[in-house]
Ligand binder design. Structure first.
Ligand code: ADP
Ligand code: MG
Length: 233
């Protein structure tokens, strides 16, 4: 993303949600985004995944400017290559967990049984295989979050965007999810995660700090041994 800005509203009600953001995430890289509420973290993620477009500046996914694509092309990229964990989960209420997770694969033309098999495997990875046939209304917040994470991880996703994916989880489940995301990065996905938990820095390659819509600081590769020594883990 090059010099990307996003302004909401007009005139006196103008809000600069993101200002001149420059960011590049490579395959295999796991980047954490931290910053106070309202600092532009979700906006940055929305732009990176093509769910929103910058007011000025450019966002490229695998070298192609999202603005140069048709809406249909962008939709295909979002469905096929980008996995998104929303802050409010966004599960479809009328579908079971397995159907929610299989849904993006089916839209992409996978045969139903193969999509279901794949969905069950990823639900097992996020620790909720036993909820496969349950609908979101019958899940706790933490369970719904794990199903939402499974939906983002299913299929050959090359870019994973997670907006506070561990917010509703206890700390040991949170660590399990970090291990999963780290594994996807190690297998070649680019991973961007919004988090409030500094202890997760040990799992990521670098951390971006946002304030008032600006990227204010970027820490280099984190050193887990140093964090351990500081008692952060
Ligand atoms: P964060 O995720 O860091 O809490 P956001 O990216 O959601 O921050 O929001 C950044 C700023 O942009 C906030 O001031 C927020 O109120 C504003 N904002 C976000 N989305 C909209 C919108 N659709 N309309 C108007 N203002 C918005
Ligand atoms: Mg947010």
């Amino acid at each position: 993303m090059t010099n990307a800005s996003r302004i909401h509203g007009h005139d006196a009600r103008k809000v600069s949600a993101l200002v001149g953001a420059n960011l590049s995430v490579q395959p295999g890289e796991f980047v954490a985004i931290m910053g106070p509420s309202g600092s532009g973290k979700s906006t940055l993620l929305h732009l990176a995944g093509g769910l929103d477009t910058p007011t000025t500046g450019a966002v490229r996914v695998e070298g192609t400017d999202l603005a140069s694509m048709s809406a249909t092309q962008r939709a295909v990229i979002r469905r096929r290559s980008v996995g998104y964990v929303f802050q409010d989960f966004n599960l479809l209420p009328s579908l079971t967990a397995a159907e929610n997770v299989a849904f993006p694969l089916e839209l992409d033309g996978w045969p139903m049984r193969k999509a279901r098999r794949e969905a069950l495997a990823v639900l097992a990875e996020t620790g909720v295989a036993d909820l496969a046939d349950r609908r979101p209304e019958n899940m706790s917040g933490g369970q719904a979050q794990r199903v939402a994470i499974a939906r983002a991880l299913v299929g050959p996703r090359r870019l994973l965007l997670a907006d506070e994916p561990t917010g509703a989880l206890d700390s040991s489940t949170g660590t399990d999810i970090l291990r999963l995301l780290r594994g996807r990065a190690d297998n070649g996905a680019a991973v961007l995660m919004v988090t409030h938990e500094a202890r997760f820095a040990a799992w990521t390659d670098r951390t971006l700090f946002l304030r008032d819509g600006k990227i204010i600081d970027e820490s280099g590769p984190s050193d887990p041994t140093q964090l351990l020594a500081q008692g952060a883990l």
